[in-house]
Design a protein around this ligand. Structure first.
Ligand code: HGY
Ligand code: MN
Ligand code: MN
Ligand code: MN
Length: 411
């Protein structure tokens, strides 16, 4: 392999495992819900703001000046402020409601530790290294995933982002304190590559008995809002034959999504629902349900969503209700840079695997040579308090990231 001599290892040591634990313990308590053990780290709320302050302190501790892109994304830089081919690494702080500890933060903690490993090995990068933290990757507060990276790349307009509202009706602009800047091609032009380290959200690395893998692709995926409208009425006095109950149509649609996904070898769930007026003794006026659908190929995904919509409309006719479908966000198949992925898999002697999870790397892949590293998750569970990773595997992830960053900043 051309490139720099290997001065950083790609495996964990007792010392690097201990270093990981020390830094991890600084953020582990932030936003953790005592009842469920899951995390409530919604974008721009108090816990996530504390993590952003932690980010600034880490950068400060390493003499890395921090800038933001005017969209809520933070960047800490090691190296020449004017060089135009910086290597970016990082991830996100925000979580889904009661999500796991590692999804997002692991990529940021590992990035700072990788900087430490490079410096300890005396590596002097030929091009700058930037650690990034992207805002609202989960879409858990404002509903659009990868909001920060989509704003940065222009995939989402500042106007649409500004108007997005959370469950309390607070807009992104109000939470952010103004209109986001939107696309920053000037900033993007300064990056030569992006590498995101992320906890694996499945069991592939457990099955392969490996600590780290290199990603090959992200499945096409998206989220669609379905609005079911019926006739509000009394739960007791209304005859069954006279009811126009949108909850019935919604329930049928949930089952249809599951069935149509299984028929296609695709994935779908409707994990979020809102009923109005949401009263035990009232037939709802309206039920809003969100479909999360994903498939290995785009046309399979399109076929799945169309089939679910058609089944919902057909059932609505029977129930005397109405249903509309609106796409809230959709990500086409992301094929990571194959040459880069092959090169890194060989460098790390690591397996490669696709993922059905979305990431900021999936957004940036359309603008920069992009790669992802996955770290083994013994439960394979994610978006749940059961998500986990061992300190030794996390330290192995740091070593792998440091080796990759050395390769990309020195080669
Ligand atoms: O939803 C996803 O796939 C990602 O974890 N945000
Ligand atoms: Mn996630
Ligand atoms: Mn994530
Ligand atoms: Mn009454």
């Amino acid at each position: 392999l051309q490139g720099s001599p290997a001065t950083t290892a790609t495996t964990a040591t007792t010392a690097s495992t201990a270093r990981f634990r020390v830094l991890w313990d600084e953020i582990a308590p932030i936003g953790r819900d005592a009842r469920t053990g899951g995390y409530l780290r919604y974008a721009l709320t108090e816990p996530e703001q504390r993590l952003r302050e932690w980010f600034r302190a880490q950068a400060e501790r390493r003499g890395m000046p921090v800038t933001d892109d005017g969209n809520g994304n933070l960047f800490a830089r090691w190296g020449d402020p004017d060089a135009a081919d910086a290597v970016l690494t990082g991830s996100h702080f925000d979580s889904v409601p009661h999500g796991g500890a590692y999804d997002g933060p692991l990529g940021i903690v590992s990035a700072f530790l990788a900087v430490d490993e490079l410096r300890a090995a005396g590596v002097a990068p030929a091009r700058p290294l930037v650690v990034g933290a992207f805002v609202e990757e989960e879409g858990g507060r404002f509903g659009v995933p990868c909001l920060g990276s989509r704003l940065l790349t222009g995939a989402l307009t500042p106007e649409r982002a500004a108007g997005l509202r959370d469950a309390d009706g607070v807009s992104f602009a109000e939470a952010f304190g103004g209109q986001p800047a939107g696309a920053r091609p000037d900033l993007l032009a300064g990056f030569g590559a992006f590498v995101e380290l992320h906890v694996e959200q499945g069991r592939a690395l457990v099955d392969r008995d490996a600590s780290v893998a290199v990603a090959t692709a992200i499945w096409p995926h998206g989220r669609w809002r379905l609005d079911f409208t019926g006739e509000p009425n009394h739960a007791g006095t209304t005859r069954m034959a006279d009811r126009r109950d949108p909850m019935l149509t919604y329930a049928f649609t949930v089952l249809a999504a599951n069935k149509e996904a299984r028929l296609r070898g695709a994935h779908a769930t409707m994990g979020r629902v809102h009923a109005e007026p949401n009263a035990t003794n009232a037939i709802p006026a309206r039920v809003t349900g969100w479909l999360d659908a994903r498939a290995a190929e785009t046309d399979t995904l399109t076929g799945l969503v169309e089939a679910v919509h058609a089944k919902a409309v057909e059932r609505a006719r029977r129930d005397g209700t109405e249903v509309t479908l609106a796409e809230e966000s959709a990500t086409p198949l992301v094929g990571f840079d194959a040459d880069l992925g092959t090169r890194l898999a060989a460098l790390l002697d690591a397996p490669t695997l696709p993922t059905a999870a979305g990431h900021d790397a999936g957004v940036l892949a359309g603008h920069l040579p992009t790669a992802m590293l996955f770290v083994r998750n013994p439960t394979g569970v994610s978006h749940s308090p059961a998500e986990t990773a061992t300190d030794a595997d996390c330290a192995a992830g740091v070593a792998a990231l440091a080796r990759v960053l050395e390769e990309l900043t020195c080669a």
